[in-house]
Design a protein. Sequence first.
Length: 255
Amino acid sequence: MTPDIRPLVAGNWKMNGLRSDLDQIKAIADSIDAELAEKIDILLCPPMTLLYVATALAEDTALLVGAQDCHTSQSGAHTGDVSAQMIADCLGEFAIVGHSERRTDHGEDDATVKAKAQAAISADLTAIVCIGETEEERKSGRTLEVLGRQLEGSVPGGATAETVVIAYEPVWAIGTGLTPTPADIEEAHAFMRRTLADRYGAEGEKMRLLYGGSVKPGNASELMAIANVDGALVGGASLKAVDFLAICEAYRTQH
Ligand SMILES: O=C(CO)COP(=O)(O)O
């Protein structure tokens, strides 16, 4: 945690979620009580097919809704793509960009991720920019070098704490049940904080830095207590309302 930074717990449903799962979104939205809502922001990023219904379910609740990607352009001849403007039109407020699965599956490089983040910001969304090293990069001692390069390449100039959130997701920790040690996470987040503060000044000091990769109800409290970890980006454990809410609960007794 960072004093004075409002934590964000975000769920990324990835390519999961059918209409029959809307009850999970409703359960999450309806379970966020005023005490929890006062302490943290809670965000769910369902697949695009459920986005508009999700924002309707979240209306008049504290649940925030976002998307998992956006195009670099706001409209045009891009079959199958969805723009940030369309996400905003569906009342989404966030867009995840540069997730490692998109970097791998769709060959997205840092320049593309930066353009997507810029498109999200232009549509008044908050961009959650994902970065993280592969197992091979960690084993060869290049983690901080990779994070520095990705921050430089993926985060737009002029980013502010309102418009950008950074998610540190070690690629080898995603969906594996493995997590870095608390000391390794602390080192990565301290590095990101220094780098962002150098580049963006006071805005970099306030930017939210999420940890993602095998966050579960059982490890959430330990992970969220690490210095400069201002929340979580949760994959698998966000699919079930009870698990996701249990992760959010890690904050009820803190602050
Ligand atoms: O990729 C992730 C969130 O974006 C993390 O996924 P898991 O929580 O399933 O490891």
